[in-house]
Write a protein that binds this ligand. Structure first.
Ligand code: GMT
Length: 375
């Protein structure tokens, strides 16, 4: 198939999922055309079946806000026609599915069906805002196929928009061959002495991730167990989190690593993942960590209970209960037996339920059904 994919190219779970999906599809013989404002940051153009089409947005003094959604629709239509795309698959409803709707309408009667994958904040924060509610509902209803990344998000979407649309759940995934724990003592020693443990956090540092909670939990754990904190990613709350490490005097033990392409290398040297988010529709970071045998200590929110089994392959705690989160981290770090069992169980969860080899065929199957329906 020839598939057009659009996503946010910067740091964020939806962009990661879209990028990994595109690369997996190309490996399975499909031709994949990324259409967007920039090359997605984790995209490797290593496969000859992967292409990138940049959307250029003309600015003009009259435009307070250059209309990216229109430029994207134009590019989708152009690429759709020139390449003969079979379908578009857009990640994050706003504004991508609206652009795809416009592209499909522009190309009619030629067919360019589109699939929308909902990732979370496009519904739970942005989509339900009155400025976007109507257009998001419309774009979802107009999609030829809609997927959500968890049952939680599926239910939330139906409730929020009061729609009858069939939303299929296709979970986030990891490539279980790539996301493997490969010990690297030399790399580990850059951050921690042999007797010290390593806590890790991975996110886009948006307020919803509660990165300052990460620092607070780490500070409490450090009072009991010698350890270091590695933070992967970047975003608006970076400065607040870093300031807090200075205020608490723990900055020499904290490493802000920025955006990283191969997060599995850093996850592989970590002992516990901290994910105290306000909301996670799925929690891709937790899955990536689990595949690398890093048990997560996370908030019991959104779709995380569909991924983590409390007490088996990780721990979940109510949002903001930092004391209990710190308690579980200490328990894990102080008990090598418990840690080894949970690390193994975490890997098994990733392997049995969320490997790309299990999930990508679900997308291919959906593509085939959408194409059949579209005639
Ligand atoms: O994490 C974010 O705030 C970004 C957001 C995105 O769309 O980039 O992430 C969402 O999509 C990820 C991939 O599907 C999910 O694993 C995250 O749980 C979800 N984030 C939230 O729901 C807050």
């Amino acid at each position: 198939m020839k598939i057009g994919i659009t996503c946010y190219p910067t740091y964020g779970g939806s962009g990661v999922v879209a990028t990994e999906l595109g690369m997996e599809l190309a490996d399975r013989g499909h031709e994949v055309h990324f259409i967007g404002s920039a090359l997605p940051f984790r995209l490797r153009l290593s496969n000859e079946r992967i292409f990138f089409h940049e959307v250029e947005v003309m600015s003009y003094p009259l435009f307070d806000y250059p209309p990216y959604a229109l430029a994207l629709a134009t590019k989708m239509g152009e690429v759709g026609q020139a390449i003969g795309l079979d379908l578009l698959h857009v990640h994050y409803a706003i504004p991508h599915s609206v652009s795809a709707f416009l592209a499909r309408s522009m190309l009619a009667p030629q067919k360019l069906p589109f699939i929308t994958t909902l990732h979370g904040t496009d519904i739970t924060l942005v989509g339900i805002n009155s400025s976007y509610l109507g257009i998001t509902r419309f774009a979802i209803e107009q999609s030829n196929g809609v997927t959500a990344i968890s049952r939680y998000l599926q239910k939330k979407t139906v409730e929020a928009f009061e729609i009858q649309t069939n939303i299929e759940v296709i979970y986030n995934f990891v490539n279980c061959d790539k996301y493997v724990r490969v010990p690297n003592p030399e790399y580990r020693r850059r951050f921690a002495a042999d007797q010290e443990k390593i806590l890790v956090h991975l996110s886009n540092f948006r307020p919803v991730k509660r990165v300052t909670d990460v620092v607070e939990i780490f500070a409490r754990v450090r009072e009991k167990v010698p350890c270091k904190l590695l933070l992967i990613g970047d975003g608006p709350d970076h400065a607040a989190a870093e300031m807090m490490t200075h205020r608490k005097g723990i900055h020499p033990h904290t490493f802000f690593l920025g955006k990283q392409e191969n997060v599995e290398e850093t996850l592989s040297i970590a002992d516990v993942l901290l994910l105290p988010s306000e909301m996670e529709s799925f929690g891709l970071a937790a899955l990536e960590a689990m595949a690398c045998k890093v048990p997560p200590v996370a908030s019991r929110v959104g779709g995380l209970p569909e991924l983590i089994t409390h007490g088996v392959d990780g721990f979940m705690v109510e949002v903001g209960d930092l004391e209990t989160m710190a308690h579980y981290v200490v328990r894990l770090l102080e008990s090598p037996v418990l840690h080894a069992e949970m690390a193994q169980a975490a890997r098994q969860t990733a392997e049995k339920r969320f490997c790309s080899s299990l999930i990508i065929p679900q997308y291919e199957n959906l593509y085939r059904r959408v194409l059949e329906r579209a005639g």
